[in-house]
Design a protein around this ligand. Structure first.
Ligand code: GLU
Length: 288
């Protein structure tokens, strides 16, 4: 049997905090317990916000915590060709469509309506106007220089996938979901799969990379539990293998809020500079 493969996949758009330390340490520990491999992946598709210094700071913080990982580390910014190829398949199969409405357009559109469905993160679902565009109009907009996003036609994708979409949860969801979970990707509407300037989005890059890296166990924070539904659908329509998922508790601040990259007092580098040791960090996040 092949060894299980785990990964920690931070985005270098800010400093790592206690929540990242928890996720990285849990991944590493689970990989060791399963005699598996532990990979680090840098999710830097957002070229405007991700900085090489922040990537190096991630390496420093993780080394300081006592972690080691296989090299070379996969940097998503170096693999746009892989995502393009997956995107082309979705375009050819008409499972995505070009979407031209800006966030402001969507806000204006829904402000004229009484009730408008929202996704699990609270954002309004994308209206289906662009999906209905006549082919000639779509073509003329595509040949002009207006920016657009490729959005998943979730209804077409679900039809294409055929059978109900599930995943195996070895951790637990916000309502205690565990074992076989029924995925509800339609709750997210037509999500962005790529942009006109970047041939991917978070969801597409994650599923392509998890497949390329042969990840068997995706271990990450509870905040990504519902997003798993979209990723499972993408895996099915792209014919990619399906890992098991383990969503873990989030580390919260004193006020019970999710940690953000802006809060210096929970940043690993600031804690280190203030004299904390890796053992202090482990104690603080409940990993002895
Ligand atoms: N890059 C994502 C983040 O930093 C995590 C992606 C994942 O674990 O699937 O939130």
């Amino acid at each position: 049997m092949r060894a299980p493969v785990f990964r920690f996949a931070p985005s270098p758009n800010g400093a790592l905090h206690l929540g990242h330390a928890y996720s990285a340490l849990i991944n590493h520990r689970m990989a060791q317990a399963a005699y598996g491999r532990f990979l680090l992946r840098i999710e830097d598709i957002d070229l405007g916000r991700c900085r090489p210094e922040q990537r190096d700071a991630i390496f420093d913080d993780l080394k300081w915590l006592g972690l080691d990982w296989e090299t070379p580390v996969r940097l998503q910014s170096q693999h746009f060709a892989d995502y393009s190829e997956a995107l082309d398949r979705l375009v050819d199969e008409e499972l995505v469509y070009p979407a031209f409405m800006t966030r402001r357009d969507v806000r204006a559109f829904i402000s004229e309506r009484q009730h408008w469905p929202r996704d699990p993160d609270g954002a309004p679902l994308y209206p289906d106007l662009d999906k209905q565009l006549p082919a000639a109009e779509r073509q003329s907009r595509l040949s002009s220089a207006v920016p657009f996003a490729w959005r998943l036609d979730v209804d077409a994708a679900l039809q294409h996938a055929g059978s109900p979409i599930t995943w195996f949860e070895t951790g637990s969801g916000p309502d205690g979901e565990t074992g076989t979970v029924n995925a509800e990707p339609a709750a997210w509407g037509d999500v962005v799969v790529a942009r006109s300037d970047i041939p991917t989005s978070y969801h597409l890059a994650v599923v392509v990379d998890d497949a390329v890296q042969e990840i068997t166990d995706v271990v990450r924070g509870l905040d990504l539990f519902h997003a798993t539904a979209v990723q499972r659908l993408l895996q099915d329509i792209l014919g990619l293998p399906v890992p098991d998922y383990h969503h873990h508790r989030l580390i919260l601040d004193q006020d019970g809020r999710k940690l953000s990259k802006r809060h210096g007092d929970t940043g690993l580098a600031s804690l280190r500079e203030a004299g904390a040791t890796p053992a202090d960090i482990r104690r603080r996040i409940g990993i002895e």
